[in-house]
Ligand binder design. Structure first.
Ligand code: F6P
Length: 354
């Protein structure tokens, strides 16, 4: 079995609150096993350029509570090129890096997969506010982003109530409506538009008019950015025209990506970071650390990426020929479960938020 003397840790793609807690856990778990750790700055770009520093226990002090990522982040198209990949591998040889824990989203995992195949064992940890990694129930940063969004919507509600207004809010999430759907339920939004389900605008107009007649003064309509960048501002104009309720539009954008991580994100990150190091040192690589029904588990990275692609409709069942029939069934079951969970939340939102 490979003996690990030194491992690297990096954060890549969009930053997410809780990434620092994961980095801290990786550093301390490795050191407690007598393994040295280096921080790779600016994601895969820093790996290619050799932007690397040793990290000791104290280097990660006072970081568990910090948003952003102390290792900085980057999206790095160069790693996708043979030349970029070769440079990244060369850096690992130069610095004596035996394996890497990579924290980020699906792009990060594709990089980890390529590096592992090129001889550098990698383990991925899902860090993204979007919660759009199908293989895990929760990603690091999702809980914080939801809580920050909720806080902002609650504030908008105050002013909507004072002025008898509607506010359409657009929240991040890329193609996934998880942040929008959950915060819509928790904030009492009148409606939520997410890419996973058809949205009935006429029904929304009717709902607003009826509730207004019954004395309701504030209306929040939550829209996921996955509906397209023009969708939410246009909807705000339509609501005003159709219902007569003055309607404002707010785009929260990157605001919800910053800030202090919640307790849940810190704990998830700490559990995942420690588990990632354990598995890597046990000789397991090309895996993603996932949370499934409250348990931390390791799943094959290729499986996780294909599962994701199936869920997002990027590949069809027929394109998963390489897997046995039982594995494809398992993938379909997971996709179905995830869709059903969202559908149940969507139904509750529509029925109870009036
Ligand atoms: O993946 C996180 C995320 O914030 C998405 O919600 C959003 O679509 C995207 O990143 C924005 O990317 P950028 O930071 O490059 O503008």
């Amino acid at each position: 079995m490979k003996v690990f003397k030194k491992i690297g840790v990096l954060t890549s793609g969009g930053d997410a609150p809780g990434m620092n807690a994961a980095v801290r856990a990786v550093v301390r778990a490795a050191l407690s096993n007598g393994v040295e750790v280096v921080g790779i700055y600016r994601g895969y770009s820093g790996l290619i350029d050799g932007d690397i520093k040793a990290l000791d226990i104290r280097d990660v002090s006072n970081t568990i509570n910090k948003g952003g990522t102390v290792l900085y982040s980057d999206r790095c198209p160069e790693l996708k090129t043979p030349d970029g990949l070769a440079k990244a591998v060369e850096t690992c040889h130069k610095f004596g890096i035996d394996g890497i824990v990579t924290i980020g989203g699906d792009g990060t995992f594709r990089g980890a997969n390529a590096l592992t195949k090129a001889g550098v064992p990698c383990v991925g940890i899902p860090g993204t506010i979007d919660n759009d990694i199908t293989s895990t129930d929760n990603t690091i940063g999702f809980d914080t982003a939801m809580n920050t969004t909720l806080d902002l919507v609650d504030k908008l509600r105050d002013t909507c109530e004072s002025h008898a207004r509607c506010n359409v809010v657009e929240v991040m999430g890329r193609g996934a409506g998880d942040i929008a759907l959950n915060t819509a339920i928790a904030s009492g939004s009148t409606a939520v538009a997410i890419p996973e389900f058809d949205f009935d605008e006429e029904e929304l107009f009717r709902k607003i008019k009826t509730s207004k007649k019954l004395g309701k003064r504030n209306f929040i309509v939550t829209v996921s950015e996955g509906m397209g960048s023009d969708y939410a501002p246009t909807l705000a104009k339509k609501i005003q025209a159709e219902t007569g309720v003055e309607t404002k539009f707010a785009r929260f954008a990157h605001i919800v990506r910053g800030g202090t991580p919640t307790l849940r994100d810190r704990i998830l990150a700490t559990r995942m970071g420690a588990y990632a190091v354990d598995r890597l040192l046990q000789g397991k690589s090309n895996i993603v650390i996932c949370e499934r029904h409250d348990e931390i588990v390791a799943r094959d990275i290729t499986f996780a990426l294909d599962l994701d692609a199936l869920y997002k409709g990027v590949v069809s069942e027929g394109e998963l020929q390489g897997y046995g029939a039982d594995v494809v069934e398992e993938m379909k079951r997971e996709c179905r479960e995830r869709r059903e969970k969202m559908a149940a939340l969507y139904e509750i939102e529509g029925r109870l938020n009036l």
